[in-house]
Design a binder for this molecule. Structure first.
Ligand SMILES: *Cc1c(COP(=O)(O)O)cnc(C)c1O
Length: 416
Protein backbone atom coordinates (compact mmCIF):
# COMPACT_ATOMS: atom_id res chain seq x y z
CA UNK A 1 0.00 0.00 0.00
CA UNK A 2 1.31 3.40 -0.89
CA UNK A 3 0.15 6.81 0.24
CA UNK A 4 1.13 9.29 -2.42
CA UNK A 5 2.17 12.70 -1.18
CA UNK A 6 2.44 15.83 -3.26
CA UNK A 7 6.21 15.60 -3.71
CA UNK A 8 5.77 12.34 -5.61
CA UNK A 9 4.00 14.12 -8.39
CA UNK A 10 6.09 17.26 -8.47
CA UNK A 11 7.13 18.25 -11.99
CA UNK A 12 9.25 21.12 -13.12
CA UNK A 13 7.05 23.76 -14.65
CA UNK A 14 8.81 26.09 -17.06
CA UNK A 15 7.03 29.39 -17.23
CA UNK A 16 7.15 33.07 -17.68
CA UNK A 17 6.73 33.89 -14.02
CA UNK A 18 3.01 33.11 -13.89
CA UNK A 19 2.16 31.84 -10.43
CA UNK A 20 0.12 28.67 -10.61
CA UNK A 21 -2.08 27.29 -7.85
CA UNK A 22 -0.55 24.46 -5.78
CA UNK A 23 -3.24 22.07 -7.03
CA UNK A 24 -2.44 22.69 -10.68
CA UNK A 25 1.33 23.05 -10.45
CA UNK A 26 1.64 19.54 -9.07
CA UNK A 27 -0.62 18.09 -11.77
CA UNK A 28 0.99 15.90 -14.43
CA UNK A 29 -0.29 15.81 -18.01
CA UNK A 30 -2.08 12.56 -18.90
CA UNK A 31 0.67 10.00 -19.63
CA UNK A 32 -1.36 8.18 -22.26
CA UNK A 33 -1.93 11.42 -24.15
CA UNK A 34 1.79 12.21 -23.80
CA UNK A 35 2.74 8.81 -25.28
CA UNK A 36 0.33 9.35 -28.17
CA UNK A 37 1.88 12.77 -28.79
CA UNK A 38 5.36 11.22 -29.08
CA UNK A 39 4.06 8.75 -31.68
CA UNK A 40 2.42 11.62 -33.56
CA UNK A 41 5.74 13.47 -33.71
CA UNK A 42 7.33 10.52 -35.53
CA UNK A 43 4.33 10.20 -37.85
CA UNK A 44 4.67 13.88 -38.75
CA UNK A 45 8.20 13.09 -39.96
CA UNK A 46 6.69 10.64 -42.44
CA UNK A 47 7.60 7.53 -40.43
CA UNK A 48 5.10 4.64 -40.25
CA UNK A 49 4.30 4.19 -36.56
CA UNK A 50 2.42 1.20 -35.14
CA UNK A 51 0.42 3.06 -32.57
CA UNK A 52 -1.06 1.08 -29.68
CA UNK A 53 -1.54 3.99 -27.31
CA UNK A 54 -5.14 4.66 -28.29
CA UNK A 55 -7.63 4.71 -25.47
CA UNK A 56 -10.68 4.86 -27.71
CA UNK A 57 -12.54 2.66 -30.20
CA UNK A 58 -11.25 3.07 -33.76
CA UNK A 59 -14.76 2.72 -35.24
CA UNK A 60 -16.94 5.59 -36.39
CA UNK A 61 -19.96 6.47 -34.25
CA UNK A 62 -22.94 4.39 -35.50
CA UNK A 63 -24.98 5.97 -38.28
CA UNK A 64 -28.28 6.14 -36.39
CA UNK A 65 -26.53 8.20 -33.70
CA UNK A 66 -24.91 10.57 -36.19
CA UNK A 67 -28.26 11.08 -37.88
CA UNK A 68 -29.96 11.83 -34.56
CA UNK A 69 -27.39 14.56 -33.95
CA UNK A 70 -28.12 16.15 -37.33
CA UNK A 71 -31.85 15.97 -36.65
CA UNK A 72 -31.33 17.59 -33.23
CA UNK A 73 -29.45 20.48 -34.82
CA UNK A 74 -32.11 20.93 -37.49
CA UNK A 75 -34.79 20.90 -34.80
CA UNK A 76 -33.04 23.78 -33.06
CA UNK A 77 -31.62 21.91 -30.06
CA UNK A 78 -28.60 24.17 -30.11
CA UNK A 79 -29.06 26.10 -26.88
CA UNK A 80 -28.36 25.69 -23.18
CA UNK A 81 -30.15 22.79 -21.59
CA UNK A 82 -30.81 22.04 -17.92
CA UNK A 83 -27.35 21.95 -16.28
CA UNK A 84 -27.65 18.30 -15.32
CA UNK A 85 -28.88 17.11 -18.72
CA UNK A 86 -32.10 16.92 -20.75
CA UNK A 87 -34.99 14.91 -19.23
CA UNK A 88 -35.06 12.61 -22.32
CA UNK A 89 -31.48 11.49 -21.72
CA UNK A 90 -31.92 11.01 -17.96
CA UNK A 91 -34.99 8.91 -18.74
CA UNK A 92 -33.07 6.91 -21.35
CA UNK A 93 -30.33 6.22 -18.78
CA UNK A 94 -32.94 5.02 -16.23
CA UNK A 95 -34.56 2.75 -18.83
CA UNK A 96 -31.17 1.36 -19.89
CA UNK A 97 -30.26 0.29 -16.34
CA UNK A 98 -33.71 -1.22 -15.87
CA UNK A 99 -33.43 -3.10 -19.16
CA UNK A 100 -29.83 -4.25 -18.80
CA UNK A 101 -29.47 -4.77 -15.02
CA UNK A 102 -33.00 -4.63 -13.55
CA UNK A 103 -31.81 -1.62 -11.54
CA UNK A 104 -34.53 0.88 -10.67
CA UNK A 105 -33.29 4.46 -10.60
CA UNK A 106 -35.14 7.75 -10.94
CA UNK A 107 -34.08 10.71 -13.12
CA UNK A 108 -33.24 12.62 -9.90
CA UNK A 109 -30.50 10.04 -9.33
CA UNK A 110 -28.89 10.74 -12.72
CA UNK A 111 -26.49 13.52 -13.71
CA UNK A 112 -25.30 13.92 -17.30
CA UNK A 113 -21.80 15.37 -17.66
CA UNK A 114 -19.13 16.18 -20.27
CA UNK A 115 -17.77 12.63 -20.48
CA UNK A 116 -17.23 10.05 -17.75
CA UNK A 117 -13.92 11.67 -16.82
CA UNK A 118 -15.85 14.82 -15.92
CA UNK A 119 -18.30 12.65 -13.98
CA UNK A 120 -15.38 11.27 -11.94
CA UNK A 121 -14.12 14.76 -11.25
CA UNK A 122 -17.60 15.79 -10.08
CA UNK A 123 -17.79 12.87 -7.66
CA UNK A 124 -14.37 13.59 -6.17
CA UNK A 125 -14.95 17.33 -5.94
CA UNK A 126 -18.34 16.80 -4.28
CA UNK A 127 -17.28 14.10 -1.82
CA UNK A 128 -13.60 14.58 -1.01
CA UNK A 129 -11.30 17.26 0.32
CA UNK A 130 -8.04 17.78 2.20
CA UNK A 131 -7.43 15.13 4.82
CA UNK A 132 -9.55 12.54 3.04
CA UNK A 133 -8.17 9.29 1.65
CA UNK A 134 -9.38 7.59 -1.51
CA UNK A 135 -8.61 3.90 -1.99
CA UNK A 136 -7.60 2.97 -5.55
CA UNK A 137 -6.72 -0.60 -6.57
CA UNK A 138 -3.57 -0.55 -8.70
CA UNK A 139 -2.74 -0.74 -11.58
CA UNK A 140 -5.12 2.17 -12.02
CA UNK A 141 -6.22 4.49 -14.79
CA UNK A 142 -3.87 7.48 -15.03
CA UNK A 143 -6.49 10.10 -14.24
CA UNK A 144 -7.70 8.56 -10.98
CA UNK A 145 -4.82 9.63 -8.76
CA UNK A 146 -4.50 12.98 -10.52
CA UNK A 147 -8.18 13.81 -10.01
CA UNK A 148 -8.06 12.72 -6.35
CA UNK A 149 -5.10 15.05 -5.84
CA UNK A 150 -6.89 17.85 -7.63
CA UNK A 151 -9.71 17.50 -5.09
CA UNK A 152 -7.05 17.94 -2.37
CA UNK A 153 -7.46 14.36 -1.12
CA UNK A 154 -4.84 11.60 -0.86
CA UNK A 155 -4.81 8.55 -3.16
CA UNK A 156 -4.15 5.29 -1.30
CA UNK A 157 -2.98 2.74 -3.86
CA UNK A 158 -3.65 -0.93 -3.13
CA UNK A 159 -1.42 -3.00 -5.40
CA UNK A 160 -3.03 -6.07 -6.93
CA UNK A 161 -1.17 -8.93 -8.57
CA UNK A 162 -1.23 -10.64 -11.93
CA UNK A 163 -2.01 -13.93 -10.11
CA UNK A 164 -5.24 -12.44 -8.72
CA UNK A 165 -6.16 -11.29 -12.24
CA UNK A 166 -5.47 -7.75 -10.97
CA UNK A 167 -8.48 -7.87 -8.64
CA UNK A 168 -8.37 -6.33 -5.16
CA UNK A 169 -9.46 -8.77 -2.45
CA UNK A 170 -11.96 -7.91 0.28
CA UNK A 171 -9.13 -8.37 2.77
CA UNK A 172 -6.90 -5.88 0.97
CA UNK A 173 -9.78 -3.42 0.82
CA UNK A 174 -10.51 -3.79 4.54
CA UNK A 175 -6.85 -3.33 5.49
CA UNK A 176 -6.58 -0.11 3.47
CA UNK A 177 -9.50 1.54 5.28
CA UNK A 178 -8.68 4.18 7.91
CA UNK A 179 -10.89 6.71 9.72
CA UNK A 180 -9.98 9.12 6.91
CA UNK A 181 -11.20 6.90 4.06
CA UNK A 182 -13.89 8.73 2.12
CA UNK A 183 -14.23 6.66 -1.04
CA UNK A 184 -13.04 3.59 -2.94
CA UNK A 185 -12.64 3.88 -6.71
CA UNK A 186 -13.29 0.72 -8.65
CA UNK A 187 -12.85 0.27 -12.40
CA UNK A 188 -14.53 -2.88 -13.69
CA UNK A 189 -13.68 -3.90 -16.43
CA UNK A 190 -10.35 -2.22 -15.92
CA UNK A 191 -8.19 0.12 -17.88
CA UNK A 192 -5.23 -0.66 -18.09
CA UNK A 193 -5.37 -4.36 -17.15
CA UNK A 194 -8.61 -5.56 -18.77
CA UNK A 195 -9.42 -7.23 -15.42
CA UNK A 196 -13.05 -8.15 -14.84
CA UNK A 197 -14.13 -8.99 -11.30
CA UNK A 198 -15.78 -12.38 -10.83
CA UNK A 199 -19.13 -11.73 -9.15
CA UNK A 200 -18.20 -13.37 -5.85
CA UNK A 201 -15.09 -11.18 -5.52
CA UNK A 202 -17.14 -8.11 -6.37
CA UNK A 203 -19.78 -9.07 -3.82
CA UNK A 204 -17.06 -9.43 -1.18
CA UNK A 205 -15.97 -5.84 -1.86
CA UNK A 206 -19.58 -4.65 -1.65
CA UNK A 207 -19.94 -6.40 1.73
CA UNK A 208 -16.89 -4.55 3.07
CA UNK A 209 -18.27 -1.24 1.80
CA UNK A 210 -21.50 -1.82 3.72
CA UNK A 211 -19.79 -3.22 6.83
CA UNK A 212 -17.39 -0.26 7.06
CA UNK A 213 -19.77 2.30 5.55
CA UNK A 214 -17.51 3.37 2.68
CA UNK A 215 -18.77 5.04 -0.51
CA UNK A 216 -17.74 3.38 -3.77
CA UNK A 217 -17.28 5.07 -7.13
CA UNK A 218 -17.80 2.29 -9.65
CA UNK A 219 -16.44 3.27 -13.07
CA UNK A 220 -18.22 0.90 -15.46
CA UNK A 221 -17.36 2.61 -18.74
CA UNK A 222 -16.23 -0.70 -20.33
CA UNK A 223 -19.35 -2.64 -19.19
CA UNK A 224 -20.35 -3.57 -22.77
CA UNK A 225 -16.90 -4.80 -23.84
CA UNK A 226 -16.65 -8.28 -22.31
CA UNK A 227 -14.90 -11.35 -23.76
CA UNK A 228 -14.86 -15.09 -23.42
CA UNK A 229 -17.79 -15.30 -21.02
CA UNK A 230 -16.37 -12.79 -18.53
CA UNK A 231 -19.03 -11.83 -16.01
CA UNK A 232 -20.19 -8.31 -15.30
CA UNK A 233 -22.42 -7.05 -12.54
CA UNK A 234 -23.37 -3.43 -12.03
CA UNK A 235 -22.08 -2.65 -8.51
CA UNK A 236 -25.31 -0.97 -7.36
CA UNK A 237 -27.30 -4.16 -8.00
CA UNK A 238 -26.07 -5.94 -4.85
CA UNK A 239 -29.08 -4.56 -2.96
CA UNK A 240 -30.25 -1.30 -1.38
CA UNK A 241 -27.52 -1.15 1.28
CA UNK A 242 -24.86 -1.29 -1.43
CA UNK A 243 -26.80 0.99 -3.80
CA UNK A 244 -27.00 3.79 -1.26
CA UNK A 245 -23.18 3.73 -0.98
CA UNK A 246 -22.52 3.47 -4.71
CA UNK A 247 -22.02 6.10 -7.37
CA UNK A 248 -21.97 4.53 -10.82
CA UNK A 249 -19.96 6.28 -13.50
CA UNK A 250 -20.38 5.35 -17.14
CA UNK A 251 -21.13 6.88 -20.52
CA UNK A 252 -21.39 6.42 -24.26
CA UNK A 253 -17.69 6.90 -25.13
CA UNK A 254 -16.52 3.29 -25.23
CA UNK A 255 -19.64 1.22 -26.01
CA UNK A 256 -20.87 3.46 -28.84
CA UNK A 257 -17.53 4.79 -30.13
CA UNK A 258 -18.54 8.30 -29.04
CA UNK A 259 -15.41 9.61 -27.31
CA UNK A 260 -15.54 12.97 -29.06
CA UNK A 261 -19.15 13.68 -28.15
CA UNK A 262 -18.32 14.03 -24.44
CA UNK A 263 -21.29 12.45 -22.72
CA UNK A 264 -20.95 10.57 -19.44
CA UNK A 265 -23.16 10.12 -16.40
CA UNK A 266 -23.25 9.48 -12.68
CA UNK A 267 -26.00 7.52 -10.96
CA UNK A 268 -26.23 7.73 -7.20
CA UNK A 269 -28.08 8.92 -4.12
CA UNK A 270 -30.27 11.96 -4.84
CA UNK A 271 -28.47 14.35 -2.47
CA UNK A 272 -25.04 13.54 -3.94
CA UNK A 273 -26.38 13.98 -7.47
CA UNK A 274 -27.94 17.31 -6.52
CA UNK A 275 -24.62 18.53 -5.08
CA UNK A 276 -22.76 17.52 -8.24
CA UNK A 277 -25.38 19.23 -10.38
CA UNK A 278 -24.84 22.45 -8.41
CA UNK A 279 -21.11 22.12 -8.95
CA UNK A 280 -21.52 21.43 -12.65
CA UNK A 281 -23.94 24.35 -13.08
CA UNK A 282 -21.22 26.68 -11.80
CA UNK A 283 -18.30 25.08 -13.62
CA UNK A 284 -19.46 24.04 -17.09
CA UNK A 285 -23.26 24.47 -17.33
CA UNK A 286 -24.81 21.68 -19.40
CA UNK A 287 -23.07 19.07 -21.55
CA UNK A 288 -23.32 19.73 -25.32
CA UNK A 289 -27.01 19.82 -26.32
CA UNK A 290 -26.56 18.04 -29.67
CA UNK A 291 -24.46 15.29 -28.07
CA UNK A 292 -27.16 14.69 -25.49
CA UNK A 293 -29.75 14.03 -28.22
CA UNK A 294 -27.27 11.75 -29.97
CA UNK A 295 -26.78 9.85 -26.71
CA UNK A 296 -30.55 9.38 -26.37
CA UNK A 297 -30.51 7.61 -29.74
CA UNK A 298 -27.45 5.57 -28.75
CA UNK A 299 -29.28 4.23 -25.69
CA UNK A 300 -32.81 3.93 -27.11
CA UNK A 301 -31.97 2.95 -30.69
CA UNK A 302 -30.87 -0.42 -32.10
CA UNK A 303 -27.99 -1.99 -30.18
CA UNK A 304 -26.53 -4.22 -32.93
CA UNK A 305 -23.57 -1.90 -33.54
CA UNK A 306 -22.44 -2.33 -29.92
CA UNK A 307 -22.29 -6.10 -30.36
CA UNK A 308 -20.65 -5.80 -33.81
CA UNK A 309 -17.85 -3.71 -32.33
CA UNK A 310 -17.50 -6.06 -29.35
CA UNK A 311 -17.16 -9.05 -31.68
CA UNK A 312 -14.43 -7.29 -33.64
CA UNK A 313 -12.61 -6.37 -30.41
CA UNK A 314 -12.86 -9.97 -29.27
CA UNK A 315 -11.26 -11.23 -32.50
CA UNK A 316 -8.37 -8.86 -32.01
CA UNK A 317 -8.08 -9.75 -28.34
CA UNK A 318 -7.86 -13.44 -29.17
CA UNK A 319 -5.26 -12.79 -31.83
CA UNK A 320 -3.14 -10.71 -29.43
CA UNK A 321 -3.40 -13.39 -26.71
CA UNK A 322 -2.36 -16.05 -29.23
CA UNK A 323 0.72 -14.01 -30.09
CA UNK A 324 1.64 -13.20 -26.48
CA UNK A 325 1.29 -16.79 -25.24
CA UNK A 326 4.61 -18.08 -26.70
CA UNK A 327 6.39 -15.01 -25.35
CA UNK A 328 6.01 -16.42 -21.84
CA UNK A 329 8.49 -19.16 -22.55
CA UNK A 330 10.53 -17.37 -25.20
CA UNK A 331 11.06 -14.07 -23.38
CA UNK A 332 9.70 -14.50 -19.85
CA UNK A 333 6.88 -12.07 -20.60
CA UNK A 334 3.95 -12.49 -18.18
CA UNK A 335 0.35 -11.29 -18.24
CA UNK A 336 -3.22 -11.95 -17.11
CA UNK A 337 -5.73 -12.42 -19.92
CA UNK A 338 -8.12 -9.45 -20.26
CA UNK A 339 -11.80 -10.23 -19.69
CA UNK A 340 -12.93 -6.81 -20.85
CA UNK A 341 -12.00 -3.36 -22.24
CA UNK A 342 -9.52 -3.30 -25.13
CA UNK A 343 -6.06 -3.56 -23.61
CA UNK A 344 -3.36 -6.18 -23.25
CA UNK A 345 -1.19 -5.48 -20.22
CA UNK A 346 2.04 -7.44 -20.01
CA UNK A 347 5.22 -7.54 -17.97
CA UNK A 348 8.49 -7.16 -19.85
CA UNK A 349 10.80 -6.79 -16.84
CA UNK A 350 12.49 -10.13 -17.61
CA UNK A 351 14.10 -8.32 -20.56
CA UNK A 352 15.56 -5.51 -18.47
CA UNK A 353 19.35 -5.39 -18.32
CA UNK A 354 19.67 -7.62 -21.39
CA UNK A 355 20.36 -6.49 -24.95
CA UNK A 356 17.26 -5.95 -27.08
CA UNK A 357 17.24 -5.34 -30.84
CA UNK A 358 19.98 -2.91 -31.88
CA UNK A 359 21.89 -3.79 -28.69
CA UNK A 360 19.79 -1.42 -26.55
CA UNK A 361 19.62 -2.19 -22.85
CA UNK A 362 16.79 -0.78 -20.74
CA UNK A 363 16.07 -0.99 -17.03
CA UNK A 364 12.46 0.11 -16.74
CA UNK A 365 9.19 0.09 -18.69
CA UNK A 366 9.36 3.78 -19.58
CA UNK A 367 12.78 3.37 -21.22
CA UNK A 368 11.54 0.17 -22.85
CA UNK A 369 8.69 2.09 -24.50
CA UNK A 370 11.00 4.89 -25.62
CA UNK A 371 13.49 2.41 -27.13
CA UNK A 372 10.71 0.42 -28.78
CA UNK A 373 9.34 3.57 -30.39
CA UNK A 374 12.75 4.73 -31.55
CA UNK A 375 14.03 1.35 -32.76
CA UNK A 376 10.89 -0.38 -33.98
CA UNK A 377 8.43 2.51 -34.37
CA UNK A 378 5.91 0.82 -32.11
CA UNK A 379 4.13 2.94 -29.51
CA UNK A 380 2.97 1.37 -26.22
CA UNK A 381 2.18 3.09 -22.94
CA UNK A 382 4.49 2.48 -19.99
CA UNK A 383 3.03 0.77 -16.94
CA UNK A 384 4.79 3.39 -14.82
CA UNK A 385 1.92 5.68 -15.78
CA UNK A 386 -0.53 3.25 -14.15
CA UNK A 387 1.47 2.53 -11.01
CA UNK A 388 2.67 -0.78 -12.49
CA UNK A 389 6.45 -0.84 -12.97
CA UNK A 390 7.68 -3.43 -15.47
CA UNK A 391 4.41 -3.49 -17.42
CA UNK A 392 3.39 -2.02 -20.76
CA UNK A 393 -0.12 -1.43 -22.15
CA UNK A 394 -1.09 -2.32 -25.69
CA UNK A 395 -4.47 -1.07 -26.93
CA UNK A 396 -6.04 -3.34 -29.52
CA UNK A 397 -8.48 -0.62 -30.59
CA UNK A 398 -6.75 -0.53 -33.95
CA UNK A 399 -6.92 -2.53 -37.19
CA UNK A 400 -5.93 -6.19 -37.38
CA UNK A 401 -3.20 -5.38 -39.95
CA UNK A 402 -1.61 -2.84 -37.61
CA UNK A 403 -1.87 -5.30 -34.72
CA UNK A 404 -0.17 -8.06 -36.68
CA UNK A 405 2.64 -5.90 -38.04
CA UNK A 406 3.15 -4.20 -34.68
CA UNK A 407 3.36 -7.50 -32.79
CA UNK A 408 5.90 -8.79 -35.35
CA UNK A 409 8.02 -5.79 -34.57
CA UNK A 410 7.67 -6.08 -30.79
CA UNK A 411 8.66 -9.74 -31.06
CA UNK A 412 11.77 -8.90 -33.08
CA UNK A 413 12.62 -6.17 -30.58
CA UNK A 414 12.30 -8.54 -27.62
CA UNK A 415 14.36 -11.22 -29.39
CA UNK A 416 17.35 -8.83 -29.55
C1 LIG B 1 -12.16 6.18 -21.33
C2 LIG B 1 -12.34 6.08 -19.85
C3 LIG B 1 -13.24 6.89 -19.15
C4 LIG B 1 -14.07 8.00 -19.68
O1 LIG B 1 -14.09 8.50 -20.81
P1 LIG B 1 -14.91 9.76 -21.28
O2 LIG B 1 -14.45 9.88 -22.69
O3 LIG B 1 -14.53 10.90 -20.42
O4 LIG B 1 -16.35 9.42 -21.19
C5 LIG B 1 -13.43 6.68 -17.80
N1 LIG B 1 -12.76 5.74 -17.15
C6 LIG B 1 -11.87 4.95 -17.78
C7 LIG B 1 -11.18 3.93 -16.99
C8 LIG B 1 -11.62 5.10 -19.14
O5 LIG B 1 -10.71 4.31 -19.74
Amino acid sequence: MLRLDREFWKVEICMSGVRLSPAVSSLKPSATLAAAAKAKELKAKGITVYDFTLGEPDFNTPENVRKAAVAAMEAGHTHYTASGGIPELKKAVCETYKRDYQLEVTPAQVLISNGAKHSIHNVLAALCGPGDEVIIPGPYWVSYSALVELAGATPVIVDTTEESGFCMSADQFRKAITPRTRLMMLNNPSNPTGATYPIDKLKALADVAVERDIMVLSDEIYEKLLYKGAEFKCFATFGPEVAKRTIIVSGVSKAYAMTGWRIGWTIGPVDAIKAMDNLQSQETSNPCSVSQYAAVEALNGPQQSVEAMRVEFEKRRNYVMGRLQPWREKFGVTFAEPGGAFYAFFNVSSRFGKPLAGGVVVNNATDFCTALLEQAHVALVTGDAFGAPGYVRLSFATSQEVIKAGLDRIEAFLAG
